[in-house]
Each structure stands twice: as C-alpha cells, then as structure tokens.
Design a protein around this ligand. Structure first.
Ligand code: SME
Length: 137
C-alpha cells in the first residue's frame, strides 16, 4: 500500500470506530480541501453513499467551514438555508476543521438522525480526533 492509501484505510477505520461507538454519529466522513480551485473532496467515510463528493468553498455547512476555519454545530438542519441535504433521515450535523501546520486542509463531518445531539464535549472530542489525524499528514 502507498502511504496515501494506508492513511485512507486508517481514516476509514476511524470513521467506522466513531460511528459504531457513538449512537448518534450516523454518517462520519472526511472532506479534503483543494486550495487550487477552492473545492472540498469527499475522502474516507462510513454511512449512506452521498452524491456530494465535490463541494465548492462557501457552499453548505462543509463549504462554510472551509472558509470560516471554525467548528459548525447544526442542531437542526431544517433551520439552515445554506445546507446541502444528503439524506432526509439527517436531522443534525457537526463539522470540525482539520488543521495541519495551521492550514485548514479539510474537515471531519458527522451527520445524525437525532435532533440536537451535539454538545461542547463532541466539539472538544472531535478537535482531539483531528489533532491526532493531523499527525498522519
Ligand atoms: N450536509 C453537508 C453536505 C455533506 S453531507 O452531510 C455528507 C453540507 O451541508 O455541507
């Protein structure tokens, strides 16, 4: 396996681990930024297949985080107008940016079938997860 593919296997296993161990983490995936053309590209994920494999910066919750460099917790996706629906079963979402050497290179994105499940503990936990993920780059 190339280093890149080994990392993708690790990230996919991480997505699997998170979705199996937190009951309200129903879709877990990574998007990675292409800073040449300002788009996000779907990386390893676990959950329902999505049509949204490429997302322009600024578009949807993910695209907004690519620009803001900040966590985005959405307790109720139906209350968002700049939101990209992947599945009608999704009720809420959390996106936490992934920084490598201070650069926002992508994000972890989690969708939930539960309304308003995410707390500050999820934010701190996912920031920690991303700090560990950053070491793979
Ligand atoms: N809901 C996201 C799109 C990605 S899917 O959740 C997998 C958004 O609004 O950016």
């Amino acid at each position: 396996l190339s280093a890149e593919n080994e990392r993708d296997v690790t990230l996919k296993n991480l997505c699997q681990f998170l979705s199996e161990n937190v009951d309200y983490y129903n879709w877990v995936g990574f998007y990675f930024a292409n800073h040449e053309n300002n788009t996000l590209h779907l990386g390893p994920y676990v959950g329902a297949a999505t049509d949204h494999t490429v997302i322009p910066f600024g578009k949807g919750i993910c695209g907004q985080v690519a620009v803001s460099n900040s966590n985005f917790v959405v307790p109720d996706v139906s209350a968002q107008d700049n939101y990209i629906a992947c599945s009608f079963t999704v009720k809420s979402e959390i996106v936490v940016p992934l920084f490598v050497n201070g650069i926002n290179i992508g994000q972890i994105d989690i969708d939930s079938h539960v309304l308003d499940p995410f707390t500050e503990a999820d934010e701190r936990f996912l920031e920690f997860v991303n700090q560990e993920v950053a070491k793979l780059f």
